[in-house]
Ligand binder design. Structure first.
Ligand SMILES: Cc1cc2nc3c(=O)[nH]c(=O)nc-3n(C[C@H](O)[C@H](O)[C@H](O)COP(=O)(O)OP(=O)(O)OC[C@H]3O[C@@H](n4cnc5c(N)ncnc54)[C@H](O)[C@@H]3O)c2cc1C
Length: 400
């Protein structure tokens, strides 16, 4: 039982997505009781459907997943090494390459539904952790002693701290009076698995073509995930393509880097909206995961940032004597400062890269090859750009 008899847990977590489940497990391991409130039914969480997202994970993220016991639950088939990334612009061949020659992979790609499945299994095995499914949080109230959430059925749950992990469009964030900067890119991604006879060698391709971009992410079993970014009004046309039509378009956009392609699964569609919360904390309240920072997927940081936030929040709660301690405001302030320092430059940098590489106006089309050529050929700049990106991918400190 939590220390205070009127509390249902030490921490209430809204949302059992990957970030909420990771936080709940980390809190349980730190001796705190977590109660997760999730509106989806239990079956959808225990056996999540394939959703087309291949999540690129950094070395730091893998370390966190190992400590949480998620990594060991993944099978060898689930984890594809990311050995190298190549960037091409327009019809030009690859201008920029990251990773070849590094001893360890840049990172690993794992299907999102597998992460969610192992996150659920790992959470379910922890005695200090409870998950209520099929419940929706509709109200939040806070006082000096604790925070209370009201569910759609009118019942209430109370704890010293509430953490919202309820997606980038977090309703709980709004209930806490925290605004967010939303950036609607006016674009969507259509993702689908493609099979090819040629080996992908763990290489990720980012092809900036005129009118759309294509990423090919290496998977196991002779497959890659094709991620096509297009103006949102073109999404219905891409989604209406049959297997052969989709594979032919992706193959053309790829410039044939993987030879002949065949569709190897259904297509999924995600509108692209970046979100950055104005604050990550409030009285007896914090945001983690996409509810704090919802990234454009091109730099593959979203869930990585979610895990970094979990690590920092739990560390600061431990350092300041838990969620029920008098030092809770200090713990939350320390989390806010560190997570903002980690995420803000990358959030802004990602948005700037997206703007430059998805802009088809003449100036941007001239600038793009120039930026890539400069980054690829000027030895000093190349070292800096590659070093920064490689460190970012591998989760090392920027100036190590
Ligand atoms: C195409 C694509 C590719 C991506 N690639 C990468 C990548 O390579 N690397 C990477 O790190 N990240 C990547 N991401 C981002 C990553 O998928 C997200 O960062 C991550 O899934 C967010 O997890 P979350 O738990 O914060 O939110 P979510 O997964 O959105 O979970 C939120 C949960 O809260 C629940 N919920 C919502 N409201 C309520 C309520 N009121 N009451 C109760 N429950 C509620 C929802 O049902 C849901 O289960 C990608 C995203 C996309 C779209």
């Amino acid at each position: 039982m939590p220390e205070h008899p009127s509390f249902d847990a030490d921490v209430l977590i809204v949302g059992a997505g990957p970030a909420g489940l990771a936080l709940a497990a980390a809190l349980a391991d730190a001796g705190q009781r977590a109660l997760v409130l999730e509106r989806q039914p239990r079956e959808a969480l225990a056996n999540p459907a394939e959703d087309g997202r291949e999540i690129a994970l950094t070395h730091r993220a893998r370390g966190i997943l190992q400590r949480l016991g998620w990594w060991e639950r993944l099978s060898a088939d689930d984890v594809a090494p990311l050995n190298e990334a190549r960037v091409a612009d327009g019809e030009a061949p690859a201008r920029l390459r990251f990773g070849p020659g590094t001893k360890a992979p840049l990172g690993w790609l794992v299907p999102n539904h597998r992460l969610r499945a192992v996150g659920w299994a790992a959470a379910s095995s922890r005695p200090r952790l409870t998950i209520e499914t099929g419940v929706e949080v509709t109200a939040l109230a806070r006082d000096d002693a604790g925070a209370t959430v009201t569910l759609a059925d009118g019942s209430q749950r109370r704890a010293p701290l509430v953490v919202a992990a309820d997606s980038r469009f977090s309703a709980t964030r709004r209930l806490a009076g925290i605004g967010a900067a939303l950036r609607d890119f006016g674009r969507s991604v259509v993702v689908g698995r493609v099979a090819h006879a040629q080996a992908n060698d763990g290489i990720a391709w980012e092809c900036f073509r005129h009118g759309h971009t294509l990423a090919l992410l290496p998977m196991n079993g002779g497959c890659s995930s094709a991620v096509v970014t297009i103006p949102s009004e073109q999404a219905p046309e891409w989604l209406a393509l049959d297997d052969a039509g989709f594979a032919a378009r992706v193959q053309a956009a790829s410039g044939g880097v993987l030879g002949k392609l065949h569709a190897a699964g259904p297509r999924h569609h995600y509108p692209l909206v970046g979100v950055y919360a104005r604050r990550f904390v409030g009285p007896r309240f914090a945001l983690v995961g996409d509810a704090a920072v919802g990234m454009h997927p091109v730099t593959a940081h979203g869930f990585n940032f979610g895990l970094y936030g979990v690590e920092v929040l739990v560390r600061e709660l431990q350092r300041h004597r838990g969620a029920a301690g008098a030092d809770l405001p200090r713990a939350l302030a320390a989390y806010e400062a560190e997570h903002r320092r980690t995420t803000w430059p990358i959030y802004q940098g990602t948005n700037a890269v997206v703007s430059l590489f998805t802009d088809d106006r003449p100036l941007a089309r001239v600038l793009r090859p120039a930026v890539l050529a400069l980054a690829g050929q000027a030895p000093g700049l190349r070292t800096v750009v590659r070093g920064l990106i490689t460190r970012q991918l591998t989760g090392q400190p920027q100036w190590a």
